[in-house]
Ligand binder design. Sequence first.
Ligand code: AKG
Length: 265
Amino acid sequence: MALTTDQKAFFEEYGYLPYTQVLSDEEVEALRQRSEDIIEGRVDHVPSRYIQLEAEFREGEEPTTPRLDTVRKMTQLCYFDDLFQAAAKKPEIVDVIEELLGPNIKLYTDQLMMKPRYNGTVTDWHQDSPAWPFFVPQDHVTCWVALDDATVENGCMTVIPGSHKWGPVNREYKQRFIDDPEIAKPTPVELKAGHCMFHHGLNFHRTGANPTPNRRRGLALHYLHAETKYLGIENEEARLGTECGMPRGQFRFMPIRGKEFPGRV
Ligand SMILES: O=C(O)CCC(=O)C(=O)O
């Protein structure tokens, strides 16, 4: 068992779980180096549309800021890059996901949140699953792995414990929900590099800005169970499937462990 009874009960009660070290120092360093190689163009295996700049750098003017300090996030790295894929498949992570989601697991997507030094902006309060309404049922679990020490000062994850129990909250009413004194007990989760936390797809979370001189990179790995229906599979086949070199009709999200099911993700 990857989780103790207390850890499992904590996740069920609060919708998140600060966990232990899942990547060695060497693995963390290799992922940091690879992310820099991708951003600085020393390798070109990740399509550029999966690299998103911070808003203030999106205008296309000649940048005076080093490129590494302008990138907000990169997505789908696990589909294109061997090191990031190996991280998503690490038993230290997947054993926990299996306990939380069951034996048949797929990876939907990943986001390497770069939170660049000085320029890293807020990721506002949100729940992950309702942002992806094309999945039914709405069961996701995210593993968020720190690639630098994540602190309150540089924009670590902050969660609202127990918020997952209230179900999906419409965007229009989000702020009222967050401000409700019965609900809102925002709790920062500081993590050392290589350590991770897990959160439920309905848990409200945010990360702050990073005004510090140090980067705060974090890899969010979004898992779902393989029985999930994906109501937008044709779009993904046309997009990610083609980019990954999959013949039409054959694209499925990344198998991580257990069985696959016809007509499901
Ligand atoms: O790392 C961040 O800044 C935000 C991550 C996040 O929102 C997530 O993992 O769902």
